[in-house]
Write a protein that binds this ligand. Sequence first.
Ligand code: GLC
Length: 433
Amino acid sequence: MTNFANWPTTYPDPSWFIHDRFGLFIHFGLFSVGARHEWFMTKEQIDPKEYQAKYFKNFNPDLFDATKWAQAAKDCGVKYMVFTTKHHEGFALWDSHLTDYKVTNTPFKRDFLAELLPAFRKVGIKIGLYHSLIDWHHPDFPIDGLHPMRNNETYQKSNELRQLKKYQDYLAGQVEELLTDYGKIDYIWFDFSYAHRDWGFAKGKGAFDWDSERLEALCLQLQPHILINDRLDLNRGVTTPEQFQPDKPFLKDGKPVLWEACQTMYGTWGYDRDNYEWKSSEMLLKMLIDTVAKNGNFLMNIGPNPRGEIDDKTALRLREIGDWMRLHQDAIIGCTKANYEAPLDCRYTQNANKLYLHLFSYPYRNLHLKGLAKDVSFIRLLNDGSEIFYRGFDKDEVITSTEAIIDPDDIVITLPVEKPPVLVPVIEITLKD
Ligand code: GLC
């Protein structure tokens, strides 16, 4: 197993995670009903009681069918999922015994999680649970500068009565329920710490406030194989860059870092009806490839609508990426960063003796590939398996001024003029053993 800078030896083996590479993030909750950013409760400074009266009372995803979500995920080619059990709004999507603010008390009545997880497991998708450390509904969660009631004096004063210990116990209690009552959980995704913030009347929250060491120990005790992300503020766990693509693989103290980019389809995480910042399938796919080329995982988000369906625009992207994955999954799953330098507008991924060249911008005819002269045994287009001719430097060849000279270490591949009919064409290069 690789030695990662952010992965203590006491943590379980993350091999499946590194192998699987592609996950689906699902943001779902009361905020889906508001349909305008999962943070609107605090952005609009809505009193938790008002929020409850409106959104809790009207939560009824009557068209929800777990098997449909699972099939859409499967067809898209993801290997694991991460679902929001509770977001910052504090609403529990399972039948928690520690609160009344839960899905089984809404008009929907059913235990959402109990339906969701088995459906995903059934199609072979591993299970991750997102759980918010922040809770804007709980009466003992101290009001801070992110809280919806941050500008309300009565609420600010209530901090004197709010008992952090009680909130910590609640947090640990709910995590215990999730990791005890819902079968094998492969990954837990806590969100998030902000200990560096200071608003004067309150400070940000981090490991001390969540009692993160206790949460971490609990997770490892209840689910010894579970992977944990980095947002407990303990300086370890999967690094989770959000909504940006790093320009190179992460390194810390010269050692590789286990990381996962999480990305939205349109800038926010929950269902956002009037959002017009949709990324195209091609852009999302390129982000996936770019991430794997840099040794990372890609967690792509969807936000189903309040009736429990995946909207058409999201479904289209899942399908188009799935069409590509059907033909090209070997160039993603099980792959890592390659040992070769990719040409301009291209990315490499590699799995043992298979090197995959992803053509982001389709070139005309010839492409020079550095450093491969001695290593190649066969080259083909991955989408249809058709052979691609290549040649290397030949000292006896008559060199004319009509084409670029081939460097002795390089090869030149000859591509069809017409771009193959896939979002991102991939050339599979089989290397000599
Ligand atoms: C965040 C946000 C959020 C989202 C998430 C995903 O920082 O608070 O709404 O759930 O992280 O990475």
